[in-house]
Design a protein around this ligand. Structure first.
Ligand SMILES: Cc1ncc(COP(=O)(O)O)c(C=O)c1O
Length: 363
C-alpha cells in the first residue's frame, strides 16, 4: 500500500467530544461572539497557563501585531527581522509604518542585536523582533537598546506559546507580545491570536480597540477601533485544545531530540542554536547549499513527505512591497533551510524514516 502523505505539520486536536461539550454551551446560550463566556474562559486560562494576567484574544496573529502597533500609536519606522513570515512586515505596513530590516544571527536565526543599533534613525519608533521557531530572542540585549533610544518593543511571539525566558513566559517581555493560535501553532483555535502586556492601561485600551472602540460601559466611542473579536466557536476549539498543550510540548521536544540524534553528525547539516528554552515547535535543518536542500526535498516528496521551506525567501526579497536592502545572513539562511515534518500525531518510526531518507540522499 502506498504511504500516506506526511505534511510539515498537522494540528494538535482535542477529542471532538470535548469541543462539542463547549459548543453545547454556545448553542444553549445563543451567544456566538461579542467576547462571550467561552472566549473569556479561553483568554483567562491561556494567560494563567503562562503565569500572566493581561491577555487580549483576537482573530489571528497578524491582527494581534496590528492591534499592538495601533494601541501604541506608532507612526514611523519599525526595525524588524527579514527572517520571518510575511505577516510580520505586512502588519507594520497596514498600520502605516515603515518596516526597516536588520539582519539576523546566523546561529539563533533571530534579530542580531549587534547590528540593530546602526539601523536606528530619528524616525525609528519601535523594534519588532521575532522569536523564530519558538527560540527566544536575546531579550536582554534588545530591551536594553530599546530603553537607551526610547523605543517601544513589540515581540512577534507567534511561534512562542509555552516558551520561557529567565524563568518567565516570553510573553512577559516587551511593551506587548503577540502570539498566534493558528491551526499550525502549538496551541490552536483554528484561527486566533493574542496580545500580552504588563501594562494594565494598555491592556484595557487593546480590549476597547478590539470592540469597535466602545467605552467600557458601551455608551460612547472612545478609541479608533475595529472588530478583532474571536467567535465563541473558535474559542471552544482553543479551550478544548488547551488541555493538551503540555502533552503537545513534551511530544514535540521528544521528537525534535530524536531527529537531532539521528541527523546531528552529518557535516552537510547544521541546526538552530537554541537560546535557553524553546518549544521545539519546528524542526529546521540548514543545509550546506541550496542544491543539497532541493535534492533532499525532491527525495522526500517522492516518498509523499512534504517538508516546507520556511521562511523562504528572506522578506527583504519581496521587492514589490519594500525597497531592497541586502540582508546577507537572512538571504543565505533562507535559501538553505528546510523544516521537516513535526507534529503530535507523527509516529516516531516516521521521524526515523524521514531522517533516514535525508541521510541516504546526502551520500
Ligand atoms: C512569525 C509569524 N508571525 C506572524 C504570523 C501570523 O499569524 P496568523 O497566521 O495567526 O495571522 C505567523 C503565522 O504563521 C508567523 O509565523
Amino acid at each position: 500500500m502506498a504511504n500516506k502523505n506526511i505534511y510539515v505539520t498537522m494540528p494538535t486536536l482535542a477529542p471532538l467530544g470535548e469541543v462539542t461539550e463547549n459548543l453545547q454551551k454556545v448553542w444553549e446560550s445563543g451567544i456566538m461572539t461579542h467576547n462571550g463566556p467561552i472566549l473569556q474562559e479561553f483568554e483567562r486560562k491561556v494567560a494563567e497557563w503562562h503565569g500572566l494576567k493581561n491577555h487580549v484574544v483576537v482573530v489571528n496573529g497578524t491582527i494581534a501585531l496590528q492591534l499592538a502597533i495601533k494601541a501604541l500609536e506608532l507612526k514611523g519606522e519599525i526595525i524588524t527581522s527579514p527572517f520571518s513570515f510575511i505577516a510580520t512586515t505586512s502588519a507594520i505596513m497596514y498600520e502605516g509604518c515603515t518596516p526597516v530590516y536588520s539582519d539576523i544571527d546566523p546561529h539563533t536565526l533571530n534579530l542580531d542585536p549587534a547590528g540593530l543599533e546602526e539601523k536606528i534613525t530619528d524616525k525609528t519608533v519601535a523594534i519588532m523582533p521575532v522569536h523564530v521557531f519558538g527560540n527566544p530572542c536575546d531579550i536582554d540585549a534588545i530591551d536594553a537598546i530599546a530603553k537607551r533610544h526610547g523605543l517601544k518593543v513589540i515581540y512577534d511571539a507567534c511561534h512562542a506559546v509555552g516558551v520561557t525566558y529567565r524563568g518567565k513566559s516570553v510573553f512577559a517581555y516587551g511593551d506587548i507580545s503577540c502570539t498566534s493560535y493558528h491551526a499550525t501553532k502549538m496551541l490552536n483555535s483554528g484561527e486566533g491570536g493574542g496580545c500580552y502586556t504588563n501594562d494594565d492601561k494598555l491592556h484595557e485600551k487593546m480590549k476597547r480597540i478590539r470592540f469597535f472602540g466602545f467605552s467600557d460601559d458601551k455608551s460612547d466611542i472612545v478609541e479608533e477601533g475595529s472588530n478583532y473579536k474571536m467567535t465563541e466557536v473558535h474559542a471552544s476549539v482553543g479551550l478544548a485544545n488547551l488541555k493538551y498543550l503540555q502533552a503537545a510540548l513534551d511530544d514535540r521536544k521528544k521528537k525534535y531530540m530524536l531527529y537531532r540524534n539521528l541527523l546531528s553528525d552529518h557535516p552537510a547539516l547544521t541546526f538552530q542554536k537554541i537560546n535557553g528554552d524553546c518549544n521545539y515547535s519546528y524542526f529546521p535543518v540548514i543545509f550546506d547549499t541550496e542544491k543539497t536542500l532541493l535534492k533532499v526535498e525532491k527525495a522526500l516528496n517522492a516518498e509523499h513527505i512534504f517538508p516546507r521551506r520556511y521562511f523562504y525567501p528572506s522578506l527583504n526579497m519581496f521587492k514589490d512591497i519594500v525597497p531592497y536592502v541586502s540582508m546577507p545572513v537572512s538571504e543565505g539562511i533562507a535559501g538553505r533551510i528546510l523544516c521537516l515534518p513535526l507534529y503530535y500525531d507523527l509516529a516516531e518510526t516516521d521521524v526515523a524514516r524521514i531522517a533516514g531518507i535525508v541521510i541516504d540522499t546526502l551520500k
